[in-house]
Design a protein around this ligand. Structure first.
Ligand code: SF4
Length: 359
């Protein structure tokens, strides 16, 4: 009688596994074989590649329980303003989500901004993804595959490579923590994608339990927190998640993260005209940063992210240049330095806050 072929839904996507997880599924292969098989997959050697030192029986055992699903790229949009490129993907269920290729200062180095969910339930008012609502979580392999798809757009022979990953695309990564943490392990494992964990950042709107998990389960990955506003009332209006998790709770978890991991968090802040760029906002923000430094023993990095309106009507406006300069000058007077993030690809809706899975 022929051996039963398991239906595809029972097969494990191979690109979602670390060598240890592969061996949990296929205990008969050795640790070295698991490493070599996954390394070949991530170096894109192809199924016919001759793998030295991997027994044929090991390859067959892995093939019986796993597959390598493909993620369909339905559009690729290159910005005309800067070297940002956005990829639009479609899952087997028709769900669409995006990743952005971000050039870094060092020539030939790129970061990939990945999505963790299709849509998002958190509804931050300055974010286009938040208007979509949540359709579903992305699977681990769908997260990993975004990085592999962006890597395929690079010219490896010319020395181009993926240096880092930011979880700042569609979705709240810590609402999908199980899969995101699995993906972090695959991205950073030396036998798989081998991206330095310190070059990977998870950006959250503020889920304290998820921040604690990140510290315990992926301690070298960097944490970024989207502050919204340092004033509780304003934050509640901009980021409805504040009602469930007030900023104080989020900052307490971020301080624990800093103490446990030894890494300073990054705080992202969007200056919005008349809402978060006033002198009172600068004072509240400076106080928050000083309090955090005293509590965590580490100075957080502050990144000012220019507001990028999406395609739908928005109640917000970007802080104009003189107001933003005044805001930064006030922060400096209070002893706080801020870096202004370049948020590129706005002409193809690839900039921070614009991702809405549109071609
Ligand atoms: S900013 Fe992040 S958490 Fe907030 S709605 Fe957008 S994707 Fe969700």
């Amino acid at each position: 009688m022929a051996a039963r072929v398991p239906p595809e839904r029972d097969l494990a996507p191979l690109q979602a596994l670390t060598p240890a997880r592969l061996r949990e599924r296929v205990p008969e292969i050795t640790e070295a074989e698991a490493r070599r098989l996954l390394s070949a997959l991530h170096r894109e050697l192809g199924p016919g590649a001759q793998l030295r030192n991997v027994r044929r029986s090991a390859r067959e055992a892995v093939a019986r329980v796993s597959h390598v699903p493909e993620l369909r790229v339905v559009a690729r949009a290159a910005s005309e303003l800067d070297p940002f490129v956005k990829l639009l993907f479609e899952g087997a269920d028709g769900a669409r989500f995006e990743a952005v290729r971000i050039p870094l200062e060092r020539p030939g180095r790129f970061s990939v901004c990945v999505s963790s969910q299709v849509g998002c339930a958190l509804g931050c008012t300055f974010c286009e993804t938040g208007r979509l609502g949540l359709r579903r979580n992305l699977e681990t392999w769908e997260i990993v595959e975004q990085v592999r798809a962006v890597r395929r757009t690079l010219d490896a022979a010319a020395g181009q490579r993926v240096h880092g990953v930011v979880f700042q695309g569609m979705g709240e990564p810590l609402s999908n923590a199980d899969r995101v943490i699995e993906a972090l392990h695959v991205l950073s494992n030396p036998s798989t994608l081998a991206i330095d964990a310190r070059a990977i950042t998870v950006c959250t709107a503020g889920l304290p339990a998820g921040i604690r998990r990140l510290a315990a389960e992926a301690p070298n990955v960097r944490l970024a927190v989207s502050l919204g506003s340092a004033r509780p009332e304003t934050r509640r209006r901009l980021m409805p998640i504040t009602a469930a998790h007030p900023l104080d709770e989020v900052l307490a978890a971020a301080a624990e993260h800093a103490l446990a991991t030894g890494h300073s968090p990054l705080f992202a802040y969007i200056p919005l005209a008349g809402q978060t760029d006033t002198p009172a906002d600068a004072e509240a923000l400076a106080r928050l940063l000083h309090d955090f430094t005293a509590r965590a023993g580490r100075r957080p990095r502050l990144s000012l992210v220019p507001y990028n309106p999406g395609r739908s009507d928005s109640e917000h406006r970007r802080s104009d240049a003189p107001s933003e300069a005044g805001f930064r000058a006030l922060l400096a007077e209070y002893g706080v330095s801020a870096h202004r993030r370049y948020s590129g690809g706005s002409d193809v809706a690839a900039a921070c806050g614009q991702l809405a899975a549109t071609a």
